[in-house]
Design a protein around this ligand. Sequence first.
Ligand SMILES: [Zn+2]
Length: 220
Amino acid sequence: MTLDPREQRAIMIAAMCRITHRDGVWWVPSQSLPEKQYVVNLAAEKCDCPDCDNGFVCKHIRAARIVLKRELNMDGSVTETKSITFEERKTYTQPWAQYNLSQIIEKKRLQVLLFDLCRILPDAEHKKRGPKPHRVRDCVFAMAFKVYCGLSSRRFSTDLSEAHKKGFLSRSIPGPKVTAFFENPAFTPILRKLKGSGGPDILTPFSSLFFLRSMITTHR
Ligand SMILES: [Zn+2]
């Protein structure tokens, strides 16, 4: 099944970027302008980007939807935090079975996309003696997937081991090890190179330095 390109980019944005909800709207970082954030009103299905002005449901709206779904409570209800003069918590009931299903599909789709993206990455040279390092493709997959899951390294271990079982990783990686990947500056030029390789459009958010910075600052 081919995903709409806007949907593909939205999945990546939702996985890689820090999307916040405040003052009743969603703030979605721009992929091309590091300091820019687009304002998304999900209820009105409006975003202040040019794509939305042209009548499309833009990637920012789609990304905000994904994040909202991800933040759904386990019982299927949505907790919305409103800060006007005081903090008011309002709970809506949702058809949890459908939401649950969409969440399962999203996580699976993300792994397929990420795997596809990472498998073109060449391996680093290994001159030193000692244990063989993890493959670059596995490291980048694990880092991006960790950002998506938003869990601590230990709790993320289960997701990584599942990804390995499904064949998205060539070797299993212990969750806590991923933290060290984030500290490794060797990944910066690889991501830069990816951007210049003229790969699919989906590489753009993935390879920008802005994205890398946000990944590192969020997960130190
Ligand atoms: Zn937009």
